[in-house]
Write a protein that binds this ligand. Structure first.
Ligand SMILES: C[S@@+](CC[C@H](N)C(=O)[O-])C[C@H]1O[C@@H](n2cnc3c(N)ncnc32)[C@H](O)[C@@H]1O
Length: 424
């Protein structure tokens, strides 16, 4: 297809530059406002075009050389081609535009990440045609990688070790490899097609070269995704455990459960949420492995944690035992089913909502609206579902403040905390 020339005049909510071609909107990832660029169209939709950047004819003053050798093709990062200051401005502008759709025009504060690179404590590499890598931007085509400059140094150093291990074993059915580092401990989990779980024991017995992993913990999992309760996980080499230290207490973490990906920002996020929670009786909905539940229990009289993933719930229970904190009740179940039961039997002052990217079910938001809860602290990693959910809450709650925590530098993703107070 022939190259076209467009002027980039805006930024989309996904972090792409926006231009116009013959009156039609065209999204061009990895471009900046004010640039004139040469593009090739890769997809035509009824209402917009998607293009690939071929050449920057007139670069923005904000443009810099990306640090990652794969930035141009990789679907992981959106903002390595500008300064960190400009990334902050872009993210704030994106959120401001989205929040204005529900009538919020107030301040948006911002917590920068200390590290723009080597911060991610968790990555998932795809395994395809004998290679480890990622998918290309806006496509399902794969490319192999040697490193990922947003992942921690320890994860980067372990990539060649994993490659050596794969080449000395029969890795039939291997789909992806998960790397997770907490403190100085690394766990690596090889995810295989669930169909071959029958031969798991034989595969594990015949493994070669497992000792090259030193004190890393190695797992083999069989299923669709690692986080699912139906995925079968085997520890094939017990190394050092994943752990998090908070307030001098060491908590063990599970390889298959959720954890925040940027340790420095996670701590700041938890401390901020704790400082905003009000009242004596609190619900921590979508509570994961329970660290935030423990932190909230330091100031509250009683905290309920609700989490549906069994392994995360078990970690939360272990944590509760360890600190002997009987002001906590961890409930293993769906928030949409459990929150109503709690509200029937207890008078709750404040709820923390920290759902996955899909946001909250309407029934959860309706429960909030119909309750006497005075404050809701909504923590979100996806501002599209956040704005959708705020639209429902805003009839009963006023937005007191909005703050971005830059959990995911170099990407258009952001962690946002919205504080809501019940209307009087
Ligand atoms: C974004 S994580 C937050 C976890 C925790 N707040 C933290 O900081 O580690 C969302 C969590 O909600 C859980 N989850 C997702 N949907 C759920 C639902 N409908 N009911 C209960 N838990 C859910 C996920 O398993 C995950 O642990």
């Amino acid at each position: 297809m022939e190259n076209e020339i467009v002027d980039i005049y805006d930024i989309s909510y996904e972090g792409s530059g926006v231009g116009k071609l013959d009156g039609q909107v065209v999204f061009v990832p990895k471009t900046l406002k004010g640039e004139k660029v040469e593009i090739s169209i890769i997809k035509k939709n009824k209402s917009f075009l998607l293009a690939k950047l071929s050449n920057v004819l007139n670069p923005s003053a904000e443009r810099i050389e990306p640090r990652c050798p794969y930035f141009e093709k990789c679907g992981g990062c959106d903002f390595q081609h500008c300064s960190y200051q400009h990334e902050r401005e872009l993210k704030t502008e994106i959120l401001r535009k989205e929040m204005s759709k529900i009538g919020y025009i107030g301040d948006i504060s911002y917590q920068e990440s200390k590290n723009r690179f080597f911060y991610r404590n968790k990555i998932k590499l795809e395994f395809f045609n004998g290679e480890l890598g990622y998918f290309k931007s806006k496509s399902h085509s794969f490319f192999g990688i040697e490193c990922c400059p947003i992942a921690t140094e320890m994860i980067n150093k372990s990539i060649p070790v994993v490659k050596r291990f794969i080449s000395s074993n029969d890795c039939f059915g291997l789909k992806s490899v998960y790397f997770k580092q907490l403190q100085n401990n690394l766990s690596i989990c090889f995810l295989f097609d669930k169909k071959i779980v029958k031969s798991a024991q034989k595969t594990i017995k015949n493994l070669k070269n497992i000792e090259i992993f030193g004190d890393f913990s190695i797992y083999f999992a069989f299923g669709e995704i690692l986080e699912s309760d139906s995925t079968k996980i085997f520890c094939v080499k017990q190394g050092k455990c994943l752990k998090q230290i908070y307030d001098g207490i060491t908590f063990e973490f599970d390889v298959s459960s959720f954890n925040q990906v940027n340790d420095e920002i996670a701590k700041k996020l938890y401390d901020y949420v704790a400082s905003k929670v009000e009242g004596k009786r609190v619900v921590n909905a979508y509570s994961g492995q329970g660290l935030l539940t423990y932190i909230l229990s330091q100031n509250a009289k009683f905290v309920y944690g609700i989490e549906y993933q069994k392994s995360a719930h078990m970690s939360a229970e272990k944590m509760k035992e360890q600190v002997q904190d009987y002001k906590i009740e961890n409930i293993c179940g769906k928030v949409e089913e459990e929150i109503a039961k709690i509200l029937q039997r207890d008078k709750i002052d404040c709820v923390v909502l920290d759902p996955s990217r899909e946001g909250c079910e309407n029934s959860v938001l309706n429960e909030m609206n119909q309750s006497e809860i005075i404050k809701v602290v909504y923590v979100s990693c996806n501002f599209s579902t956040l704005v959708r959910d705020l639209k429902i809450l805003k009839d009963f709650y006023d937005i007191e403040s909005v703050k971005i925590f830059d959990m995911f530098p170099c990407t258009a993703n952001m962690e946002t905390v919205v504080i809501l107070r019940r209307k009087v």
